[in-house]
Write a protein of this length. Structure first.
Length: 415
C-alpha cells in the first residue's frame, strides 16, 4: 500500500521590514517629544504665573503698606477743622453733610490713583516676564530640537555622496532618536546599494572592454595582411567600425553610470581651457564637414573634475559639428562668468528643431524625430552624459532652439 505523500511545509516568509521593538505596557510614560514639550512649556507657564502673582502682591502691599500718613488731618481746638493736602476741597466744607461727601470723593480719587499705579507697574512686570519667558523658551526649544539640526547636517553631507556619515544620536528614546535610527538604517542600505553598483560598474567595465579590445586587435591584424581578398578587407572594415561603435557605447554607458553621483574630489578647472581642448579634438571633423568653430572664451574657473567637464564640452561641440548644415555652417563656443556662475554656451547652425523635441534630446539613445537607429553620428548618449555630469557638479544644462535652425546649449555651473 502506497504511503500518502506528506506535503512539504512552505518556507517561512522572510520579513523585509523591521517594525522595531514593541512598546511597553505604558506607552504614555515614554519620554516623547510631545510629553517633554508639554512639561517644559506647562512648567514655564506655571512659573511665570507664580512670579506674576507674587509681583502683583508685592506691588499691592507696597501701595497699601502700613505707616503711610493719613490723607486727612484734624486741626483746631474747640472748633475742630479737617484739612487735607491730598484733597484740598475737604478744608472748605462748612457742615457735616458736605464733609462726608468730600471725604467719599477724596477716597475715590485715592483708590483710582492706587489702581492706576498698580496697573502700570503690573504691565511693566508682565513685559519683563514676557521677555524672559520668550528668551528662556527660545533657548529650551533650541536644546530640545538640537538633534533635528544634527540630522539635517548629516543629510546635507550625505547629499555630497558621503554615505559613510551616520547620525548616531544619543539621548532619550523619543521620536527624534527613532527618526535618527531609521535614517541610519536607510543610509546603511544605500551605502550597500551604491557599493554594489560601483562593483558592478568596475566588473562590467572589465568584462565588456576585454572582448571588444580582442576583436579590434584581431580585425586590425587581418586587415594588415596585404594578401587578403578585397571582400574580406571590406568585411573587416565593416566589422571594425561596428566594434568601434560598440566600444563607444560601452564607454558612454559606463561614464553615464559613474557621473550619476556627486563629485567628491574637486579641483579648480577653467572652462575656457576645457572648451579649447574639446575644440582641438573636434577641429578635424569640423574642417572635413566645412564647419567653422568660433567664439570668445573668457576665464571661468569652477570646482570639479576636469575629465568629466571636458567630456561635457566635447559632447556638445561634436553634436554641434555633426548636426549642422552641409556647407557654410558654424559653431560658436563661449565661456563666461554671469551672476556668480560659470557658463558654457555652444551655439550652432543646423536643421530647425521644434521646441517640443528638446526634452527628448537628453534621453539616452534618442535623437531628433527618431530612436536609436543605424547612424554614424554617435550612439545617442552625448547629451545624456552631459546632463548627468552637469548635475553631478551641482549645475544644469539647458537647450533652446535657435532662430533660423540649430540649437543653443547653455551649461551653468557653480563657481
Amino acid at each position: 500500500m502506497a504511503a500518502t505523500p506528506v506535503p512539504s511545509a512552505a518556507p517561512p516568509k522572510q520579513q523585509t521590514w523591521d517594525p522595531g521593538p514593541p512598546e511597553g505596557p505604558f506607552p504614555w510614560l515614554r519620554p516623547t517629544i510631545r510629553i517633554r514639550l508639554t512639561l517644559l512649556y506647562g512648567g514655564m507657564f506655571l512659573i511665570a504665573g507664580i512670579l506674576l502673582l507674587s509681583i502683583i502682591y508685592l506691588l499691592a502691599a507696597q501701595t497699601m503698606r502700613a505707616g503711610l500718613p493719613p490723607p486727612f488731618k484734624i486741626v483746631g481746638g474747640q472748633d475742630v477743622q479737617v484739612t487735607s493736602e491730598t484733597c484740598p476741597a475737604v478744608s472748605l466744607v462748612k457742615n457735616a453733610g458736605e464733609l462726608n461727601n468730600a471725604v467719599v470723593a477724596c477716597m475715590d480719587i485715592q483708590r483710582k490713583h492706587a489702581l492706576d499705579d498698580l496697573l502700570s507697574r503690573s504691565l511693566m512686570a508682565l513685559l519683563g516676564l514676557s521677555i524672559i519667558a520668550f528668551a528662556f523658551g527660545y533657548a529650551m526649544a533650541g536644546r530640545v530640537l538640537s538633534p533635528l539640526g544634527k540630522i539635517t547636517r548629516t543629510a546635507r553631507r550625505v547629499v555630497g555622496s558621503d554615505l559613510t556619515r551616520r547620525i548616531e544620536l544619543d539621548g532619550p528614546d523619543d521620536e527624534l532618536k527613532e527618526l535618527a535610527d531609521t535614517f541610519d538604517e536607510m543610509l546603511d542600505r544605500l551605502e550597500r546599494a551604491f557599493t554594489a553598483q560601483q562593483r558592478f560598474v568596475a566588473n562590467a567595465s572589465h568584462e565588456l572592454r576585454t572582448p571588444l579590445a580582442i576583436n579590434r586587435t584581431l580585425l586590425e591584424v587581418h586587415l594588415s595582411d596585404p594578401g587578403a581578398p578585397v571582400e574580406l578587407q571590406q568585411l573587416g572594415k565593416t566589422l571594425l567600425a561596428t566594434n568601434e561603435r560598440s566600444e563607444q557605447l560601452v564607454e558612454g554607458l559606463l561614464l553615464l553610470a559613474r557621473s550619476e553621483n556627486q563629485i567628491v574630489e574637486r579641483k579648480p578647472v577653467d572652462l575656457a581651457e576645457v572648451a579649447s581642448r574639446a575644440i582641438d579634438q573636434a577641429r578635424g571633423e569640423a574642417e572635413a564637414k566645412g564647419v567653422e568653430i568660433r567664439g570668445e572664451r573668457a576665464l571661468a574657473v569652477v570646482q570639479g573634475n576636469g575629465v568629466l567637464l571636458e567630456r561635457i564640452a566635447l559632447n556638445l561641440v561634436q553634436n554641434a559639428v555633426r548636426y549642422n548644415v552641409p556647407n557654410g555652417g558654424w559653431v560658436e563656443v563661449v565661456t563666461e562668468l554671469s551672476h556668480g556662475q560659470a557658463v558654457l554656451v555652444v551655439s550652432n547652425t543646423g536643421p530647425v528643431v521644434p521646441a517640443y523635441e528638446i526634452d527628448n534630446l537628453f534621453e539616452p539613445f534618442r535623437r531628433l524625430r527618431t530612436e536609436r537607429t543605424g547612424s554614424d553620428k554617435g550612439v545617442g548618449l552625448g547629451l545624456s552624459i552631459a546632463r548627468s555630469v552637469a548635475r553631478a557638479h551641482g549645475g544644469r544644462i539647458h537647450a533652446e532652439p535657435r532662430e533660423g535652425g540649430g540649437l543653443v546649449m547653455r551649461v551653468t555651473l557653480p563657481i
